[in-house]
Design a protein around this ligand. Sequence first.
Ligand code: NAD
Ligand code: DAU
Length: 336
Amino acid sequence: MIKVLVTGGAGFIGSNFVRYALKTHADWHVTTLDKLTYAGRKENLHDVMDDPRHTFVHGDICDAAVAGPLVEASDYVVHFAAETHVDRSIMAAGDFIKTDVEGSFVLLEAARRSPALKRFIQISTDEVYGSVAEGSSTETDELKPRNPYAASKAGADRLAYSYWATHDVPVIVTRASNNYGPYQFPEKIIPLFVTNAMDDIPVPLYGDGGNVRDWLHVLDHCRALDLLIHTGKNGETYNIGGGNEVRNVDLTRAILKHAGKTEALIRPVADRKGHDRRYSLGTAKLQAMGWQPQVAFEQGLRDTVAWYQANEWWWRPIKERDPAYKAYIEAQYGKR
Ligand code: NAD
Ligand code: DAU
């Protein structure tokens, strides 16, 4: 069996990757290492928790005693674990520095002691390039992160690279654009707006709604990572973008249309501090390896809205019964 460690496997992308990996590779044993923060939930893995090829470990990547042996026992590490919400990093950045930077350091130190390790996939983000006025970011562009989340990810991105350049750890860095799909925590724009709309709660659109994000279906992201694990080159960085640049206001209108609601639910609110205007990824490097996004955005968004409509069991307990979630929503939107 090929042993694969997935950090952050109880989060949005991680859980989709664990499910994809078990389905796609009969010879993989997947271990999820997850701290189960507010964003990490065993429910995200409900259908694979009892799979004999999957082991769930509740632990912190910053804890070398837990994370170290798991890294050392692995053929591949796919490192998703992170604090990921920009708005939370603007409110308080400490956990971002701790997990995204120090946690990555702990894993990389363990990887350095693991001669059998074949890949260490450092999941970075397109946010490390900062706001892109024109054209698209390519992998060799300067990093100009502009919010604490993006800066913590840029630190980890370059730290991982340095462990390849210095210690020959088999690191590949990936920078993906905005993911969407099932099991995304309802603080990010798509699940927040879909679930608000379902209950006729206004959707808070930041600023003039003209900010642009490039949307990538989470399964297209998983397919790209699979390809890179097998055919990527150590020490290289790869952009993974969906090629769907959409203004937030247009995304919001499309969500409301698919949810069967009117635009009267749109509530313009004060902008995010330091709000990056546009992200745009050049993906020629990955496309030259044979990858193309397979999910058309219109259909993918329609299916995603339908998933949240069909899976109220998954999000209602968070939105209606989790006091920490309610406190976050009040702190983030109460006075906006
Ligand atoms: P998420 O917030 O849904 O999940 C993060 C997971 O990491 C959770 O399960 C959480 O419990 C876990 N975690 C947090 N701190 C931990 C710690 N100290 N130890 C162990 N586990 C810990 O995030 P996501 O959206 O799935 O993002 C996954 C990765 O992909 C992140 O590295 C993120 O920066 C990157 N990324 C996300 C997107 C996107 O659009 N969501 C785009 C590009 C890159
Ligand atoms: O680009 C990749 C990044 O995408 C990832 O690295 C991050 O982990 C992920 O959270 C995501 O960051 P964004 O800040 O782009 O995602 P978010 O869903 O928070 O916001 C998307 C856009 O929608 C952004 O321009 C801000 C806007 N927005 C967001 C929220 C939550 C609103 O207008 N209203 C909202 O309530």
